[in-house]
Design a protein around this ligand. Structure first.
Ligand code: PSU
Ligand code: MN
Length: 309
């Protein structure tokens, strides 16, 4: 086959490579949340706090991005700073973007899909983020279904997130995941969390009460040859959750404004996140930061159980 092996595009930071070679727990983290998901400088402060939370819980963090066409697993402070400062000026990179961003030696912030791909190449099986992409409301007109869902159907990484954000069509997102064979497990809950709020109108497929429960299902899934990811949905900590009626109205308003402005495709999620942050006077951003830190902690515990024999 022409071309180089994937390994030749991959740079794993020494600390991460060391942990992986010794079978120690590592947690992957995405970079689109830094560039497109939060404003500077809260984005880089959050990235640092999330890495610290992973460490405190006993795992090594590996923030993933593309820099100068290299697939980077484990970023330095300066590299995170660079991505955070460029913000939405950096390419939001999903599966379809990887060939061009790498071939052109550009920088790219990786979405859940692209982060899963690179994490799996590096041998990392647990990934923490805030929210995954999904089926967008109005999909019957737009066909907007995030590539994150297809990736979850094929790539062996467990994604720890705060459930499914109600800017999305939660019911259709769950249907899509079911079709893809992706289990959606609630972490200490029977109800699917909805990102800013601890619950939604939907149930999860399975409840896991501990990190060990989650790790056990991951091991069985992949030992059976059932390729693909899992969604581990963790409710936002009570004290940081937003009131459902207030946030629902703001989300509806943001979606209406987005349609009016003709925002489409990959710009949708960043637009909605920043509009919602504006309309909540930053309370949604605070909630977002806290839920990611919480997810990072739980992901580290799951990675530790997964690494243990
Ligand atoms: N949800 C969030 N914050 C984010 C994202 C989702 O609360 O930053 C990002 C993730 O990187 C996710 C991407 O993979 O948005 C989904 O984008 P799209 O819908 O264009 O696939
Ligand atoms: Mn989309």
């Amino acid at each position: 086959m022409p071309g180089k092996q994937f390994g030749e595009h991959l740079d794993i930071a020494p600390e991460v490579a060391g942990a992986l070679s010794k079978g120690r727990p590592v947690v992957a983290l995405e970079s689109t949340i830094i560039s497109h998901g939060m404003p500077y400088p809260r984005n880089i402060e959050t990235a640092a706090a999330v890495e610290a939370a992973v460490r405190e819980a006993g795992a090594i963090p590996a923030t993933i991005a593309i820099l100068g066409g290299r697939l980077k697993v484990g970023l330095s402070r300066d590299e995170i700073q660079h991505i955070g400062k460029r913000g939405a000026g950096i390419i939001k990179c999903s599966r379809r973007d990887l060939p061009f961003v790498v071939a052109r030696k550009e920088d790219g912030a990786t979405t859940v899909a692209a982060t899963m791909i690179i994490a799996a190449l590096a041998g990392i099986r647990v990934f923490a983020t805030g929210g995954i992409g999904g089926v967008h409301r109005g999909v019957e007109d737009t066909m907007d279904v995030s590539a994150d869902l297809e990736e979850l159907g094929r790539t062996n990484v467990a994604v720890v997130c705060a459930g499914i954000k109600s800017v999305l069509d939660i019911g259709r997102t769950l249907e899509y995941l079911e079709t893809q064979g992706v289990p959606v497990a609630g972490f200490q809950t029977d109800t699917l969390p909805a990102f800013y709020t601890r619950s939604s109108d939907f149930s999860v497929d399975y409840r896991v009460d501990s990190a060990a429960d989650a790790a056990a299902a991951m091991k069985v899934k992949w030992s059976l040859g059932l390729d693909g990811g899992l969604v581990i949905a963790v409710p936002i900590p009570e004290e940081h959750a937003l009131a459902a009626d207030a946030i629902d109205g703001i989300i509806d308003e943001a979606i209406a404004a987005m349609r009016l402005e003709g925002i489409m495709g990959k710009d949708t999620t960043p637009y909605l996140l920043s509009r919602i942050a504006e309309r909540t006077d930053g309370r949604s951003l605070e909630a977002n930061i806290q839920l990611v830190i919480n997810n990072a902690r739980i992901a580290a515990a799951i990675a530790a159980e997964f690494a243990a024999d």
